[in-house]
Write a protein that binds this ligand. Sequence first.
Ligand SMILES: Nc1nc2c(ncn2[C@@H]2O[C@H](COP(=O)(O)OP(=O)(O)OP(=O)(O)O)[C@@H](O)[C@H]2O)c(=O)[nH]1
Length: 319
Amino acid sequence: MTLFGTRIAVAVTAGTCAWFAYRHPLTVRATRRAATIAEIVALTCFMVIAVHRPAEFHWHAMSLAIMLIVIYLYIPNRLTYALILAICSTATFLVLSWQAANMLPADILTMSLLLILANTFGAVAARRFNTVSREEFRAQLVLKDAADRDHLTGCFNRRYLHEHLMPTELARAQRLSQNLTVVLCDIDYFKRINDTYGHADGDAVLRAFADLLKQMTRDQFDSIVRYGGEEFLLILPSTDLDGGQHLSERLRSAFAMMQIRSSENGNVVRATASFGISTAHFGQMATSYTLHDLISSADKMMYEAKRNGRNRVEAFQLC
Ligand SMILES: Nc1nc2c(ncn2[C@@H]2O[C@H](COP(=O)(O)OP(=O)(O)OP(=O)(O)O)[C@@H](O)[C@H]2O)c(=O)[nH]1
């Protein structure tokens, strides 16, 4: 009954911990905690079973070797935790085999070597696996970043806008009943800059404008998208029309005063930009608006600014 009880305890603990870990798949801490609890309970029960069956210590040693490999390689846990648990359980098992099993010293030595080998191979393989996983994760992040951003300016691209920013920003504004402002900025007479100074200097102007947008907006909160060739879109959560106008005016005057030096030939290039702003309040009255509506309204405002002489800010409240 004792052995049956310990086996039931292991099965219940493992099942509960697996259920807990799968319910919180994105929390590393929860997964590690579940793994550690399952490992401690399983190893303790294993020791109880071993003591109750002293004649089968040879088999227990082989079972423990397999368990050690599983702990190192299969159960997702920190390598340090796996190492501590594996070494402690190996030491406990050897002490028990010395005291409870009444084995020959030569047998205990063979068993010890087997378990030391299992620990060594398990730890080395787990370390290698950890390194490979970490490199793969890093490579995935780099690839994802490259897929989401524009190569020249480092701003988000339109794919990221449509797939990620549009649904998340709209959902957040609706959930919190907040204002959402978008600003469409377009560099004035950019074709002329390209024609006069060359494409490389045109690129330098684009980079300088993008850097200015990054510097003057809220980090990790506002989003900057390269919307077209020389067009940039700012998405400003919890910002009303006044806030959008204030920011756009500061951006407009800062960019107009900027002297952009080409890295290739030292040319100083000056440029201006036109800004179209659109705001909606996503309270009860405005839930039918989408980010498409906001962007197309900001686009109209931007063309209004171009028509009215460029280097200007025009704004519109969508409800
Ligand atoms: N250097 C450079 N030029 C680009 C890039 N993308 C688009 N362009 C150029 O940007 C220019 C945009 O010109 P237009 O659409 O006529 O606009 P504009 O000259 O800025 O005139 P307005 O917008 O009316 O003030 C085109 O000549 C494009 O070739 C880029 O990545 N680098």
